[in-house]
Design a protein around this ligand. Sequence first.
Ligand SMILES: [Ca+2]
Length: 315
Amino acid sequence: MSSIILDTDIGSDIDDAFALALAIAVVKPITRVLAVTTVSGEVELRAKIARVLLALSNAGQVPVYAGASEPLETGKFVWFGTEGDGVLCESDVLMDPIRGFEDVVKLVSRKSDLEVIALGPLTNIARLLEFVPSRSFERITIMGGYLGDATVNGAAIPRCFDYNISADPIASLKVFRSGVPIQLVTLDQAVKTYITNPDLDKLEARGTRFHRSIVNAARQWRILLAAIWSGFGLTLPSYVAAFLHDPLAVACALDLGYCDFDSMWLRLNIDNDEVAIHKSTPFSRGSVKVCCSVAVDAARFNSFFVESLIGMHAS
Ligand SMILES: [Ca+2]
């Protein structure tokens, strides 16, 4: 069984907290999760959010590390603004400092069976690959990429919504060209997965601080998400309480069978400080072979996700 590193920009889009919750619910034993690492902006605050959610769900033994707050060279991390609201209380904010990135390197250097789940910009993963040989990694599952038409309720989702790959372009290229097998859970499939308001009500009815926290954070995130969509001239469908991009990536990393994948040759290049991904051929210079999602059983995954979180032991 592989050792999992879950790398996350938890604290903005609620789907990272949902992804962490799903990992806690389904990874057995939870000690397979070697580390949770945070990326982008206030990484200590993000780490505290992860630590609180782990502690509330009887998984407090999983160590949390604060990673890179800035991109490697170029790129930009965007701060969306609901970080910790609904999850952290005052004493959580004042908790001890979180371990740093050098500790992750030490921890990871002893392993040769690493399975990375990358749920945010790829800066931490690129930095890890500077210190740890690529042969120590079995696979990196990345939430990101825009390979086909991404539509919700008939509306096309702009390519810039594929934030994770373009937020730190240099890091993304390093990761894709590392030689480690990569599984890409692409935006065009992930946008088909979502949780509804009645689902949130069911989670809230569990009555634990854990469930109340993630539901509170989800409701705050939805207000912001609707505003972001509106800024692009889009209307967030009323049936969507939140998308489940990152939880789907967790399910794919664990090979739970909700997505179909095809091996494709991709060529990545930086264009206007963003990463453009093109389908390519093996003969094209710089092409990399990547396992890409091509279909998702969204209805079955949505139900599985909700049932998994309802069934969680938490306080
Ligand atoms: Ca994320």
